[in-house]
Design a protein around this ligand. Sequence first.
Ligand SMILES: [Zn+2]
Ligand SMILES: [Zn+2]
Length: 698
Amino acid sequence: MEVLGTADVKVDIEDFVAKSGDEWIITTERLPKYLWMWVAAECVPGWAIDSEHLPRVKECLSVVNSTANQLAKIPVGAVSEEAWNAGFGYPPGHAVLLSVILLGELLDNALAGVVFSLPRMKMLSWEYSQFGKYLLQRAGWCLGELDMLGIIEPAVLFYVSSFDRVALKKDHSRCSDKVCLANQIDEKVYQTKHATETCICEHIIVEEEGNRPITEVLHKGDIPIISFDGEKVLVQSSGSTPYVAMSHVWSDGLGNPRTNSLPKCQFERIQRLVNALHPDREPASQVPFWLDTVCVPLHPSTRKTAIRRMAKTYDSAARVLVLDVSLSDTSAGVLADELLMRIRCTPWTQRLWTLQEGMLAEELYFQFRDKAIAAESLPEIWYEANSPIKLCAKHFGRPHVDNSPLETRVFRALASDSDEFLKDEIATESAFETLSRHPDCPNILDHTLLYRLDTNHSASFHPVYFAGWTSFQKLRYRFGVGHSALPSVAGALRGRLSSKMDDETICVATLLDIDPLHILSAKNQTSRMKVLIDSMDDFPPSLIFTDVPRMDLDGYRWVPESFMDKNANYAGLLRAGKPGRRTKDGLVVSNYFSYIFPEDSTFPDAGSFVVKGWESYYRITHAHILTAQVARPAVILEQPPATVSRGIVVDMWREDDGVVKFGRHVGHVSIEALGDKWAGEVLCEVVKLPISYEWCVG
Ligand SMILES: [Zn+2]
Ligand SMILES: [Zn+2]
């Protein structure tokens, strides 16, 4: 009420109380209506001006935020099953606190839809309460899995706690709060599964010593595809035949590390699903498919050939079908928000190999219980149900004479959108009613308000849908051609795992259109990464600032050990500007602020300290202990030193003509500008270099 009250939105308390059975409950079901009126109240003439009372709103939410974040840490005791079922098993305060956190986050996000000059408004960070985590664990969630998925928003965490993860029967006994190992397989004990738990049918072997139809096709330079006629598996060359490439996680049981075979029931099931993707086929015909378990021979040399042809395999497939056990109990008919969030939470999005399968697919389908769905179709379906007009009908009903002025403004805004309201009969009537009463509609303010209410832009009101859709886009699309796609590929690799971690470079190479031949011959992760890096010349310069473990090799310390580190922040990589140039001594970058320390000063190797620059004092805080002692330290900053910036520490070892400095990458820091007054201890005075300086970081 305090938040809405600042904007003079009158709140009817009765709207937040409802009867559920015999009990009165507090509900936010009608809150969206008030949020819309809030947007309308703040939509005033003048594009860039925000109301003066918005800081008051932020102040109010900040108080709630700091209190809730403190209380969120209170542990929840164990609750017995009987007590839980009776509905009073947990102290009610925990449920109230969780509601407060969810409401606080919602209002804070809604504020983003209300203000224009968003950069001035810093989003608050909301801790998820112990009770919320308890609900997730009850649902069978592994906290390590959520951490690797990068889901931290309370609204989304609360939403996914309604998913049943117990039914997936994955083994999380080796996991921690930070890492999930449930999908890491051990080939020695791996068991191929049947289509149903009780089935004991025979395996059909497709490729073995003395009978190598898959190898034959591979040697001809083509892609082997298979089909199942109910008795036998037929192998053929893809040629121009359309086929479906299957994408799955091995931990679901569809793999086989020992033979190129699968149980007969699995061939039956996959053939049925693949056929269903092509409803227009001849009824008696089988649509061929490609599945790694049988189409990648186990023999080492042909295996390499098949892996080098992997990009072509997924690229040329008419469709790629994702099978993931976590989707198999959900009907394709549930809301688009849920489908997207279910896809977001699949183990499929957490594996290394599936990234290229998703990114290379022409048409990507996800198999749900009753139907396969192309995720690209979901935004349209979602908008159908959540267009501003549909939501207005839901929140406000039809316009009538005693609508409040704010309600009227909402109706006017929607009536100004003739394209949308003509799609819907009730909306058309409602628009005409509004227009008959307000003949001056539309005016500029109506359009402005409509833009703010439009669901396509108001991510803040639909956190689950937007979290699902943005993460889907990330794992689906490469931005840039060839090597320049590295930033989007690196971003999509973050947080993924593979049972064979040194396969990473093969997948990265494939996605950057690099032939993985030489990588396949290199022995370990470091030498594979070196081969990969050596096959490219230009890199996003911000790569040097990403705080992850680095390769320990002269000239290569700017290279991450792995792009899959879940703590990596690749946000800066997409920044336009001059690319970094690879040389044998390291990556040459320019246009960054840098500071040199005097030779006689001792550079602390951990902790935090203050230095004096020409125009300001700076606090430098180490992210970790330095990887090596520094003799001639310098600090390079990612952003101009106005507020807080990421930076790296280098040890200068050479200088060329005074324009290129060579530095060994030894650690990560953050730098905070403190202004020109500082009374505390100062380590030393530093010298600022012009940004035209080139640095060679190795
Ligand atoms: Zn786990
Ligand atoms: Zn079987």
